[in-house]
Design a protein around this ligand. Structure first.
Ligand code: SAH
Length: 219
């Protein structure tokens, strides 16, 4: 990650966020280090920049949000638990924050976004950080992205009402899927691990994501 010319945010502000993540139960030192090193303010519009290092989701336009840092940390920690990750798929790039975090911890990351202007924005943000192992795709990821499967991990950052079988089929052996499941009132964050053709599901948390929508949008 190249941080030249990105501007500094006071160390104290970032350390406060890291302390909050620890306080909420994030333990993985690699995840905490990457969250500390990644400038969240470059993903957020100037008007909301004062919220960049608060542990809250922030509006990014098009009725979408940049995820809450705690939720990004929790999802990242959950998929990392099983060891090193080679190929990861993210569904719902948004402005690319979770993409940047997981890209620092995996070999190759594919991330798909259905709203073109957000896909373009993420592309610019990730170029600023000079992340070379990220491949962004514009399209509908509600059924995954079979072209590059199988994946060691799939991170879904928008909520379907149920878990699509197509996503399970795109997991490698011992692969992990982390996904919020449920309606707009709130969802269960689930971790599914593939063991041969068995899928073990565990409840991680209660969360609130935007819905995983189907199909392309006009822009
Ligand atoms: N990962 C982002 C979260 C963005 S919010 C972050 O780190 O902040 C979720 C995103 O999922 C939105 O940008 C939304 O447009 C996108 N999304 C919703 N349904 C989708 C679909 N079927 N395919 C791809 N992206 C989708």
């Amino acid at each position: 990650m190249n941080l030249d010319g990105i501007g500094v945010t006071s160390r104290r502000t970032r350390e406060r966020l890291i302390a909050q993540l620890r306080g909420k139960g994030i333990r993985n030192a690699n995840v905490l280090d990457v969250m500390r090193a990644t400038p969240r303010h470059i993903f957020i519009d100037e008007a909301f920049s004062h919220l960049s290092y608060e542990d809250i989701p922030v509006n990014i336009g098009y009725k979408q949000t940049i995820s809450q840092p705690y939720v990004v940390a929790r999802m990242t920690e959950a998929v990392l638990d099983a060891g090193p990750l080679q190929r990861v798929l993210e569904i719902g790039t948004g402005c690319g924050y979770q993409t940047a975090i997981i890209a620092a911890l995996a070999e190759e990351v594919y991330s798909i976004e259905r709203i073109r202007p957000l896909h373009d924005k993420a592309m610019a943000n990730l170029e600023t950080l000079e992340l070379k192992n990220v491949h962004l795709i514009h399209g509908d990821g509600s059924l995954g992205y079979p072209d590059k499967s199988p994946y060691d991990a799939i991170i879904v950052t928008a909520a379907p009402l149920g878990i699509p079988n197509e996503l399970l089929a795109q997991l490698a052996q011992n692969g992990r899927l982390v996904i919020p499941v449920g309606g707009t009132a709130g969802q269960e964050l689930r971790l599914i691990t593939r063991k041969k053709d068995q899928f073990v599901s565990r409840l991680l948390d209660h969360v609130r994501f935007v819905p995983l929508l189907k199909g392309q949008v006009k822009y």
